[in-house]
Design a protein around this ligand. Structure first.
Ligand code: ADP
Length: 367
């Protein structure tokens, strides 16, 4: 296991492009960390700097308290799994797994033992004599993970390892990787653009945008306490609903004036500011016409479209032209074109400053 520390790490590529800005992160022994963000936000660059495949332009990277900027990948004790499985096509699964150990000059009987043990963990025992071309995508990915596992390193890096798999295989591999992590305990950094993968696998998630960390936290913290608009919109599917307005006379002016004192500590400080009122699709209650439950904001909307998913119906509606998505019980699905009155409890409502994009301070406990 390994403790990692990145201090003010920057990456400027030779063409002058500043891909990662002042990256600061401490990763505990055995932690599973996901780096998430849209394509091009600097996730792979960060991972490659940790791996030693890319120079760190400035800043410091420590492994167990020792500066590692100048160390080679091998010296760092790192194994990496790539999106392309990078298997040797002319070698069998056994030989692919054994390859690194053979190069290191390890005895054949020890290699045999390690290959068998790794194959067992990954359910590959019956495929050891096959070539990669005769394996499914999921099995290839398992061999790729096995090649990294077999080296018994203390740091495990994965760059979008599941993106070549179909949806079903991804779900299976997700839980397999998590279980392997639990049994092996190596500090793991996992890059993905898929927020569901990040939410389900991580101890903590790092959300990045344009090379800058937006927020670091547990899946729970990111979901319930997104600190800015980007994180609020990135984590959650369907995404958080945003309604734009401004604060006048202490009220949020949308169509109706909303009293924002229950969800903002300092209403006066918001006077005159453009703000975003936000709530998650599942945080609403449908309410009968004319009723206004206590402790809630109430909106009247018109239903544009409904989507039955089985366990839930997504209702696409608009509140005076502002589009919202509501998750409702399928048995309560409103008719398309009908009116739909819904309530958002104060404890489920968020407010963001439109200019700074930061969450407005609140004492609300959201669980
Ligand atoms: P992500 O993994 O989040 O998709 P990357 O780390 O691959 O993002 O890339 C971050 C940014 O750096 C992108 O804008 C990409 O075009 C740029 N970039 C990546 N590699 C190079 C390079 N070798 N030279 C210049 N720019 C690069």
């Amino acid at each position: 296991m390994a403790h990692l520390l990145l201090k003010n790490v920057n990456k400027v590529y030779p063409n002058g492009f500043h891909a990662v800005h002042d990256f600061n992160l401490e990763i505990n022994d055995g932690e599973f960390i996901c780096l998430v963000g849209s394509s091009g936000c600097g996730k792979s660059t960060t991972l490659r700097m940790i791996a030693g495949l890319e120079d760190i332009t400035s800043g410091e990277f420590y492994i167990d308290g020792v500066l590692a900027n100048q160390k080679s990948s091998r010296e760092r004790g790192i194994a990496m799994v790539f999106q392309s499985y990078a298997l040797y096509p002319h070698l069998t699964v056994y030989e692919n797994l054994a390859f690194g150990l053979t190069l290191m000059g390890i005895d054949d009987d020890i290699i045999e033992e390690k290959v068998q043990a790794t194959a067992k963990i990954l359910g590959l025992t019956e495929y050891l004599e096959r070539f990669p071309r005769n394996l499914s995508g999921g099995q290839c990915q398992r061999v790729a993970v096995g090649r990294a596992l077999i080296r018994k390193v203390s740091i495990f890096l994965m760059d979008e390892p599941l993106s070549n798999l179909d949806a079903k295989q991804r779900v299976t591999m997700r839980s397999e990787i998590k279980q392997i992590h639990r049994s092996v305990g190596a500090t793991t950094i996992y890059v993905t653009h898929d927020q569901t993968e990040a939410m389900t696998m991580s101890d903590r998630i790092v959300v990045m945008k344009l090379g800058v960390i937006q927020q670091v936290g547990t899946p729970f913290e990111l979901y319930f306490y997104p600190r800015n608009l980007f994180v609020a919109g990135f984590i959650g599917e369907p995404p958080m609903n945003f309604m734009y307005g401004s604060v006048k006379g202490g009220k949020l002016v949308l169509k109706d004036d909303l009293d924002i004192s229950p969800i903002a500590n300092d209403v006066a400080a918001l006077e005159g500011r453009e703000v975003v009122f936000a709530f998650r699709p599942e945080s609403i209650m449908l309410v009968p016409e004319g009723q206004t439950p206590e402790g809630c904001y109430v909106f009247d909307s018109e239903v544009d479209l409904t989507e039955l998913l089985g366990d839930v119906t997504n209702v696409y509606a608009n509140v005076d032209g502002a589009n919202v998505i509501l998750k409702v019980n399928p048995h309560d699905t409103p008719a398309m074109g009908a009116g739909c009155r819904f309530a958002v409890p104060y404890k489920s409502a968020y407010l963001y400053d439109r200019e700074t994009e930061l969450a407005v301070e609140t004492d609300i406990v959201r669980h």
